[in-house]
Design a protein around this ligand. Structure first.
Ligand code: DX5
Ligand code: ZN
Length: 227
């Protein structure tokens, strides 16, 4: 089983305390910084953009985990700074397959890992055309676009189906990232069902309480889930 990794969702962080927050992430060994990008068309919201991403890359050594909730990502991803060690997720639902494969090629050309993102209503078998080209699957456990939304029923079983499918075709090293309502009660269940990368937002780590303590609590829960 892949080691668990935390990817705090920066759209949930306090913009006025971002520097201290990132410093705390670095002290806590956070593996990725989740940057939600929205174009107001693919999802009915706007969020973080190219300048934000650029400033984060300039100020922090933590790899970014860019979540492109945009139409035609193969045209837009060039505007974002990312490279070796970073993750970029494009949605299956954002374009027909050839374009999405084109986006994956462009992500790899810059040395980053490519994840395919699936919305809650998208069946697992669409992964068939991607599994030879990706390093991970980003499973939306909420309908995308806003933080604070409830987990979609059936999400745990879907995590298990994706993990079992990937393992059945020899893709044990392809990561399963979960995004949305990853709270202290659901995260261990998500881990047990096969998730290894966790977008943590207002539902847990970036919610109430001391940030460093919240991170320790989440890590302990995730480790205990697979003992
Ligand atoms: C939703 C975003 C998530 C979200 C997570 O579209 O992709 O990253 O901000 O926040 P919570 O934990 O509140 O669901
Ligand atoms: Zn996200």
């Amino acid at each position: 089983m892949l080691k668990s990794a935390l990817s705090p969702s920066l759209m949930c962080a306090d913009l006025f305390k971002m520097k201290e927050t990132i410093d705390d992430f670095e002290l806590s060994g956070i593996e990725y910084l989740h940057i939600d990008v929205m174009d107001g068309t693919f999802v009915p919201n706007f969020c973080l953009g190219t300048d934000f991403c650029r400033r984060i890359k300039e100020k922090s050594s933590i790899p970014v985990d860019v979540h492109l909730m945009v139409t035609r990502p193969f045209e837009k991803l060039e505007r974002f700074p990312f490279g070796e060690g970073d993750v970029v997720s494009v949605h299956h639902e954002s374009d027909i397959v050839p374009h999405t494969l084109d986006a994956i090629e462009r992500i790899h050309a810059r040395g980053a890992d490519a994840f395919i993102a699936l919305n809650p209503d998208t069946p697992v078998d669409v992964l068939d055309c991607y599994t030879d080209h990706i390093e991970g699957v980003l499973l939306m456990t909420v309908y995308p676009g806003f933080s604070g939304r409830p987990m979609v029923p059936g999400s745990l079983e879907k995590i298990r189906r994706v993990r079992d499918y990937l393992d059945s075709i020899g893709k044990e090293n392809v990561s399963v990232e979960v995004d949305g309502n990853v709270n202290y009660e659901k995260a261990p269940l998500m881990r047990k069902h096969g998730a290894d990368m966790f977008v943590v937002g207002t539902s847990s780590v970036l919610g109430p309480g001391d940030l460093k303590e919240n991170i320790k609590k989440m890590r302990k829960l995730l480790d205990e889930a697979v003992k």
